[in-house]
Ligand binder design. Sequence first.
Ligand code: NAD
Length: 351
Amino acid sequence: MSQLLRVAVIGAGYWGPNLVRNFRDSVDWDLMAVCDLDESRARRVIGPRSTVEVETSVDRLLAREDVDAVAIATPARTHAPIALRALDAGKHVVVEKPLADNSDAAAAMVAAADEAGRVLMIDHTYCYTPAVQYIRKVIAEGVLGELLYVDSVRINLGLVQPDVDVFWDLAPHDLSILDFILPGGLVPRSVSATGSDPLGAGKACVGYLSMPLARDGIAHVAVNWLSPTKIRQFVIGGSRRTLLWDDLNPAQRVSIFDRGVDLNTQARDARQREAATVSYRLGDITVPALPEREALATMVEEFAAAIRERRRPLTDGRAGLRVLSVLRAVSESLEREGSPTRPAQPESALV
Ligand SMILES: NC(=O)c1ccc[n+]([C@@H]2O[C@H](COP(=O)([O-])OP(=O)(O)OC[C@H]3O[C@@H](n4cnc5c(N)ncnc54)[C@H](O)[C@@H]3O)[C@@H](O)[C@H]2O)c1
């Protein structure tokens, strides 16, 4: 067993305690400190009679030599300033999503991590669920064939957020999953987004976005705060098989359908297409046995592995940057009534 890595968690609000629990339970990590501007929150998270220390100053925490890495779970606008200081102090960093509140700050974080030779990871939590890890694997192995379409539905009765619209609130999950499972990541040549605000909340509460994928594939994401039914479904149609991920069905989260439509003739023009016959494949439905494991346990394990193996983590800063760049294009397209908008490629400046 190699030496434990030493970590501190910054931010002990709603999400930070989940990180604290998983670092504490991990065989890779020694949790040294929890830092929050509000001391009582940090104390409450570590509980009584703990040897974990409480800090209220990020600067004091970063000056400590017995901390190798920090996990940042503070509000999005504070991610970049804290992460840049941490990288400058030689710490490895995992940041909660979103990487930053704007792409320029996110790009600066990625560049700073490169320069410092430190790991910069983003906690795209869904990517570490057994279902999404499995989906990534079957796509990479070609089980589904060529990807024809992805249809994601993430709707529920949600809180209308004061600062962001429904796209910025919910679509980061879909986009980070797409970035993780698509070979080559999420780099659509354009994004089209339309939304509506039937309540007069001053922002989109119902939204639809679509993006062309490689070849002639297409991805579509529906997000909605006004739906009384909660749906969390991903359909991934491939030329060989179709996968359904229903995150609210624990007994059968993932199903792979050996079913689909085959066009028997490769039609070149309208007459040929009319003559083409369509046949339906009605094969088996496979339901894989997925392990039950908390996503954050896998996430903190990957953070440690990336540091030890001196490699980029599966969800690195660039993944966070790609997601932000698509979200920004979503907002631009929304303003232009759904016109296809090309996401900026901030990564090209970094490579
Ligand atoms: N991965 C996920 O699924 C998931 C889920 C929820 C939230 N999050 C992310 O986690 C982050 C935190 O969200 P939250 O809901 O826990 O917020 P929160 O407001 O509940 O907690 C933030 C905490 O950070 C502390 N804080 C703020 N600035 C600080 C600073 N400079 N130094 C030290 N402490 C500071 C605050 O006192 C507060 O306790 C956000 O980026 C959010 O998007 C991720």
